[in-house]
Design a protein around this ligand. Structure first.
Ligand SMILES: [Zn+2]
Length: 168
C-alpha cells in the first residue's frame, strides 16, 4: 500500500469515512504502491492534483469515489498508456474499477438523461469507456466515438433501461 500523509488543514477536516474511502481507492492503483501521497483539503466541488509532488486535494463533505479516482488517475497519467487530459482522466478512472462509478464524471460530455439517472447508467458508461480505451489503439478519435455512444445511450427507450438493476 502507498503511504498516505495529510496536510495540517486536511488533518483537521478529515473524517474516518474519507480515510477508508482513500484506502479503498488506492488498492486499485498498483502503480502508486510504495509511494507517499499527500492529501490536502479543498472546499471546491472539484479536487485537484499535482503529479510531480504526488499531491491530491479533496473536499471531505460529499466526497465520492469518482473524485478520488479522478485525482489519483492524474497522478499516474502520462505513464502506463494513460494519456494526458481531463476527459481522458474521466475515461480511465471509470474503466479502472466499478468503485469509481458512484458518481458521474465531470468532463465527459454526458446527456442530461445519463447525468440525472447516473446510477442506472453507470455500468453501461463504464463498459463504453473500456471499449473506447480499446478503440484508442486503432483510432485517434476514440473520445468523439465515446461521446457519440453516450449521446445515443441517452436517447434509448426508458423501458429498455428499466430491465437493468444496478446498486452499489
Ligand atoms: Zn482533473
Amino acid at each position: 500500500m502507498p503511504t498516505l500523509q495529510y496536510t495540517s488543514v486536511m488533518k483537521k477536516r478529515l473524517s474516518q469515512r474519507a480515510v477508508l474511502m482513500l484506502q479503498a481507492s488506492l488498492r486499485h492503483f498498483p502503480e502508486l504502491r510504495d509511494k507517499t501521497i499527500t492529501v490536502g483539503y479543498t472546499r471546491a466541488h472539484l479536487g485537484s492534483a499535482i503529479r510531480e509532488q504526488l499531491i491530491i486535494r479533496l473536499r471531505v463533505r460529499k466526497l465520492c469515489y469518482n473524485t478520488i479516482g479522478h485525482e489519483l488517475t492524474h497522478l499516474v497519467q502520462g505513464a502506463g498508456g494513460i494519456p494526458e487530459g481531463e476527459k481522458q482522466c474521466d475515461i480511465w478512472t471509470l474503466a479502472r474499477s466499478p468503485l469509481f462509478c458512484d458518481d458521474a464524471p465531470t468532463y465527459l460530455k454526458l446527456p442530461s438523461q445519463l447525468r440525472t439517472n447516473w446510477p442506472q447508467y453507470a455500468i453501461l458508461v463504464r463498459e463504453l469507456c473500456m471499449q473506447a480505451i480499446e478503440l484508442r489503439k486503432i483510432r485517434r478519435n476514440y473520445i468523439q466515438w465515446l461521446e457519440r455512444e453516450l449521446s445515443r445511450l441517452g436517447k434509448e427507450q426508458p423501458q429498455r433501461m428499466g430491465q437493468m438493476s444496478f446498486a452499489f
